[in-house]
Design a binder for this molecule. Structure first.
Ligand code: PGA
Length: 248
């Protein structure tokens, strides 16, 4: 049995006051049976970790792959550890697109995160032209294979993958549940090929891209979808709580 996950990706949103309000609001409202995670901007992580109830887990949205160095403006994984976060989103399509993150770099980040006991939430997914050309599976297989090159998985429960088709992110046009399930099922097959059936069946695979209160239940019914990575609809505490309640 894979425990369901509802992870909010706040991106570059929220003020400190809003974060404090969020944390107070969700305490006692989010269910224990779902792993509820919020991935916040770096400067709020420490505050969130300190103020949040134990069952609200906190994650970062990115990290550098090196411990320290002359990388102005970057955040080291050791600094993330200092904040007390458990998770880190890696390879989000916005990082790949706007910050030129390659699979090679993402691979180094996954290795570093696991070395430091940070749980990676790896994002993969295709652009619309790739889907229209019928090359979605090819792209997913290439991303997963490169991102996990040489990655040793000791505890598959600590690895999370989010299938996020780029055409569905922030557009209000979610992939329908069957399309999302087909991609998540394919990702599990690729993981089985690289690792083993046992490992692939323990890794949680999320769907992301315009997840909302109106489609989360449909998506969660699918056997290979273990949760959601949610941007816009995770920002308001009321909506986050309801998403978590529906992700059971
Ligand atoms: P969205 O974003 O839910 O606003 O589409 C999802 C994401 O980018 O992780």
């Amino acid at each position: 049995m894979r425990k369901p996950i509802l992870a909010g990706n706040w991106k570059m949103n929220k003020t400190r006051d809003e974060i404090i309000h969020f944390s107070l609001f969700v305490t006692n409202r989010i269910p224990d049976s779902v792993e509820c995670i919020v991935c916040a901007p770096y400067i709020y992580l420490r505050d969130l970790v300190k103020r949040s109830p134990d069952h609200l887990h906190v994650g970062a949205q990115n990290m550098h792959e090196k411990d320290f160095g002359a990388y102005t403006g970057e955040i080291s994984p050791l600094m993330l550890k200092d904040t007390g976060v458990e998770y880190v989103i890696l390879g989000h399509s916005e990082r790949r697109e706007y910050f030129n993150e390659t699979d090679e770099k993402i691979n180094l980040k996954i290795k570093k995160a696991l070395e430091l006991d940070l749980k990676p939430i790896l994002c993969v997914g295709e652009k619309l032209d790739v889907r229209e050309a019928g090359k979605t599976n090819e792209l997913l297989e290439s991303q997963i294979t490169k991102d996990f090159e040489g990655v040793v998985i000791d505890d598959p429960k600590n690895i999370i993958i989010a299938y996020e088709p780029i055409w569905a992110i922030g557009t209000g046009k979610s992939a329908d549940a069957d399309t999302a399930e087909a991609a998540c099922g394919f990702i599990r097959k690729v993981l089985e090929k690289i690792y083993s059936k046992d490992i692939s069946e323990q890794i949680r695979i999320l769907y992301g891209g315009s997840v909302s209160l109106s489609n989360i239940e449909e998506l969660m019914k699918k056997p290979d979808i273990d949760g959601g990575l949610v941007g816009g609809a995770s920002l308001e505490p009321e909506s986050f709580v309801q998403l978590c309640q529906k992700a059971i």
